[in-house]
Design a binder for this molecule. Sequence first.
Ligand SMILES: Cc1ncc(COP(=O)(O)O)c(C=O)c1O
Length: 370
Amino acid sequence: MARVEMKPTQIQLSKAEVSDEHRRAAARALDSGWYILGEECKQFEAELARYFGVEHAVLCTSATSAITLTLLSWGVGPGDEVIVPSLTAFPTAEAVYNAGATPVYADVDERYGMDPSHAEKLVSKKTKGIIPVHLYGQPVDLDAIAALAKKKNLWVLEDCAQAHGAKWKEKRVGGFGRAAALSFYPSKNLTVFGDGGSVLTNDGETARKVKQLRDHGRKDKYLHEVVGWNLRFNDIQGALGRVSLANLDRYNEARRAAAARYRAGLAKVRGLELPQERAGGFSVYHLFVIRLLGKDRDEVAKKLAAAGVQTGVHYPVPCHQQPAVTSKGKQAALPRTDALVKEILSLPMHPLLTESDTSRVCSALQEALA
Ligand SMILES: Cc1ncc(COP(=O)(O)O)c(C=O)c1O
């Protein structure tokens, strides 16, 4: 009898829990008859503010719109420069362009976060602020960022799209700057099963302006004080987000447990560097990014795919090398970022990874590197 080759089940790069609690919440919102910026959104905003320890959460359609609206509410625009890391999702930089300002790209430090000492060298007379990104769920050195901001009189807008629940010295990120942005995209630690985002801030005036800009610049129903947008959030996703938020700490613990298993399983494997946690930081492992030393990254990814292990690269092309950016003008090389993007590989990371999944990933990786 011919042998039937069984394909291994795939271990996904990311996955979110969908529970009966989520199903009930979506049904509740559907039956409520109020679908945009209603009670579910109000409750979600209040619960987000409480969780992140800030005065205000203002929901909108994405982290991209959260950053754009925040910059616009502060009057950031043409002629202004904003320092951002180049190793981030392009939307961090895109939001700065959308506001009419110019991003200036900083290199990474040894933990893959924005390097504060390089950022300092980029400050010019035009610089208005810094957008540090807590990349892969790991907080940047917020003490160094705060010191730089104070020294140069800059605002800080934390990009927390990948870091819901991460902590810097026991305090959750999202409350360290003048504002912060969250994303609820499906792969994120806190999702609404679609697009979504929020601004977090302790500044009442920022919250008021962002609320106005997300809703056609309205002062009241038929009075438009400024020209805004329609970047409002909706109640069905608000209800889903409330359930995800209530379970966020459990999801993050499951991610951290999976990371610990990877660390144990890969400790003795040669030819790779595992992610290191920054002293003072509490990472929520949005991604588990390894660095392959002296190996063909794409070849390793292919072997892992053949073994049923999905991987990703975050990010293969850093912002300062994107055609959308280089077409605007020549960008300075960023030696660490330029080297890193050729070597990094994201292993599966989500709260539903089992012990058998992580051990399969470790074995497959060991074989791929042998
Ligand atoms: C670091 C970072 N910033 C911003 C964004 C943009 O988020 P959104 O897709 O919600 O606009 C993302 C999402 O990929 C991200 O990872």
